[in-house]
Design a protein around this ligand. Sequence first.
Ligand SMILES: Nc1ncnc2c1ncn2[C@@H]1O[C@H](COP(=O)(O)OP(=O)(O)OP(=O)(O)O)[C@@H](O)[C@H]1O
Length: 188
Amino acid sequence: MTSRLYPNIIITGTPGCGKTSHCESLVESLNDELRSHFQHLEISKVARERGCIDGFDQERDSSIVDEDKLVDSLEPDLREGGKIIDWHCCDVFPERLIDLVVVVTCDNSVLFDRLSQRGYPDSKITENIDCEIMQVILQEAKDSYAPEIVIELSSEDLETMDDNVERIIQWINSWRENNPDGASNELD
Ligand SMILES: Nc1ncnc2c1ncn2[C@@H]1O[C@H](COP(=O)(O)OP(=O)(O)OP(=O)(O)O)[C@@H](O)[C@H]1O
């Protein structure tokens, strides 16, 4: 039986809500000791690097990820622990390997401006704003993981992002105190 000494954290949310910004700020804010045990995995990049792309969705203007291949490829990383997973999908990762799911949410008008600035077509902006309004990703997270490990953190500005990052660091410290021997990588 193997275990991980550092938790795996998913940081998810609608595109543009601030996942990557939160992950980067989290890694920067960890003390040196913790930082050496954590790794930010930006899944859209990882999927490309590891050959897990299975075509291109013209309508959505985005790559199609082979999720089974991706999850198989990530299993050894997740078993090591200390992975910060940055992706808009959260429901594909095995529950036994995930310790915290942070759903970053954002005010719709702020999100609209961010997506417009990226030059997204109207259809893609509307799809993402609808996704945020309907809380699609929050619901996916709640459907896929135990309620006590899913938290919603909203952020539109740097101050709230700093507060969110501070909360996640406090959670990491308390996870480590509560799991001095780590968490099992196997099903109970
Ligand atoms: N809390 C925040 N305060 C100010 N700007 C922010 C904040 N969060 C994100 N941003 C800005 O919003 C834009 C989108 O952020 P980011 O790339 O982190 O989102 P994302 O959810 O990772 O997007 P995607 O899923 O498309 O990769 C960036 O320009 C970023 O600088």
